[in-house]
Design a protein around this ligand. Structure first.
Ligand code: ARG
Length: 456
């Protein structure tokens, strides 16, 4: 049952860890991706230990040199990971001692893996947010550019997936721009709270050594230092917030993906997918499927699941550190990779969509999309809106019964419904006029949309 390796913590044990336990508790397969952050944190910690006179400067030098070499081994792929290492922190320390001898054993002075992993995760989340914010901005640029390119295109706007009122396609796309803007704010906000340096908390109670956490924070560019050691090693709020911001972002990407799936169907025919972004069927030769958009929609399930997983890991944990927390890496890494992947593929696909302006326009012509405008017209003639709504509802019913459109009603028929109608009702029946009239507030009028696009 004995394992080959010596453990860095084996002192109080008489028997070696069972292999099945070693396997079960190991997180190295996942957390090896924290290596660059772990090394950066160790370098800063070592510099501080030397500056505070806690370890000899010569040993500090050897440690830093050893860490730099280990980093190179990891980058080159020559670093040998071992399940017996348990996690990345042990792997690096084990290798350091292998390389430079007992001096390597001084690095872990005034530190615990509990504050070490909290530091690594904060560095990781900070870096991932930086990348995601860049990707969000790029995606927003693509949305704005696509809106600009199709500035004149008119489509039916929907409520309940029923044609409702005509809108500019650009206005519709820019709705996603706004959603993504809020996503960016949520990630920035999350980064602000992740930007706290936890080292010095030790296992949970702090340390007996005269450390200088501010120096470590300065070197690693943290805005603040943790103020309660028990909190610092037990909290993963910043991960929950990251996962929540990601869940919201995934929701927005999923809704756009869903629209692309609908729009590219024969029933809608609003857009065509470029061949490079569609897939075929293994049995039906005619098929061209929107699998990319479907996967963006589908992966949202994982992103939600990861948020719930993290919350659930935390909910019953007594303070401070518990090994349960090691499970934080699974949802964190998966969500970071998933949202980056979804953003990248949507950013690549959107500008390549072929927009069928004629089909969109055609879809605005039946379905009484200007009914609200006719009611508004009556209001300008002094009719209370509720009454106007009723009158136009009757007009719609008359059209449905006689298979006509609102434009086909004669002035005589309009006047039978309400004497307030005049010949100028014509001007309120045009789709373009309906759009142009919506200049107030955040409406779809071309002037509004153009102004918004200029500002972006
Ligand atoms: N691999 C551990 C984690 O990810 C590191 C901290 C381990 N601490 C401990 N006391 N076992 O949470």
């Amino acid at each position: 049952m004995a394992t080959r390796k010596h453990k860095l913590w084996e002192g109080r044990f008489a028997a070696a860890t069972a292999p099945i336990v070693e396997q079960f508790t190991s997180s190295i397969a996942l957390d090896k991706r924290l290596a660059p952050y772990d090394i950066a944190g160790s370098l800063a910690h070592c510099h501080m230990l030397v500056a505070c006179g806690i370890i000899p400067a010569v040993d500090g030098k050897r440690i830093c040199k050893g860490l730099a070499e280990i980093e190179r081994e990891i980058v080159d792929g020559t670093f040998r990971y071992d399940a017996a290492d348990e996690d990345i922190h042990m792997a690096i320390e084990r290798r350091l001692i292998e390389k430079i001898g007992p001096a390597g054993g001084r690095l872990h002075t005034a530190r615990s893996r509990n504050d070490q992993v909290a530091l690594d995760l904060r560095l990781f989340v900070r870096a991932e947010i930086g990348m995601i914010l860049k990707s969000i901005t790029t995606f927003q640029k693509v949305l704005a550019a696509t809106a600009r390119r199709h500035a004149q295109v008119i489509m039916p706007g929907y409520t309940h997936l029923q044609r409702a009122q005509p809108v500019l396609f650009a206005h519709h796309l820019l709705a996603y721009h706004e959603k993504l803007e809020r996503d960016g704010e949520r990630f920035s906000d999350c980064r602000r709270r992740a930007d706290v340096m936890p080292l010095g908390s030790g296992a949970l109670a702090g340390t007996t050594f005269p450390i200088d956490p501010d120096q470590v924070a300065r070197e690693l560019r943290f805005a603040r230092v943790a103020t309660n050691s028990i909190d610092a090693v037990s909290e993963r709020d910043f991960i929950v917030e990251f996962l929540a911001a990601s869940a919201m972002l995934a929701t927005h990407l999923s809704r756009l993906a869903e629209e692309i799936i609908l729009w590219s169907s024969t029933e809608f025919g609003f857009v065509s997918l470029p061949d490079e972004f569609a897939t075929g069927s293994s049995i039906m030769p005619q098929k061209k499927n929107p699998d990319v958009a479907e996967l963006v929609r589908g992966k949202t399930g994982r992103v939600y699941g990861n948020l719930v997983a993290m919350l659930t890991i935390l909910k019953g944990l007594p303070l401070a550190y518990n090994r349960d927390l090691q499970e934080d890496k699974v949802p964190l890494f998966d969500t970071a990779d998933t949202v980056k992947g979804c953003l990248a593929v949507m950013t690549a696909m959107i500008p390549r969509l072929v927009i069928h302006a004629d089909r969109m326009r055609e879809a605005t012509s039946d379905g009484f999309l200007v009914a609200t405008d006719v009611a508004d017209y009556l209001v300008t003639k002094g009719v209370p809106f509720r009454e106007a709504h009723h009158v136009v509802g009757q007009a719609v019913r008359r059209c449905i019964d006689s298979r006509r459109r609102l434009e086909d009603l004669t002035l005589k028929e309009w006047r039978e419904l309400s004497p307030a109608f005049g010949a100028d009702v014509r001007e309120w029946l045009s789709i373009d006029a309906a759009i142009a009239r919506r200049t107030a507030g955040s409406g779809t009028a071309p002037a509004n949309v153009a102004r918004r696009l200029r500002r972006l």
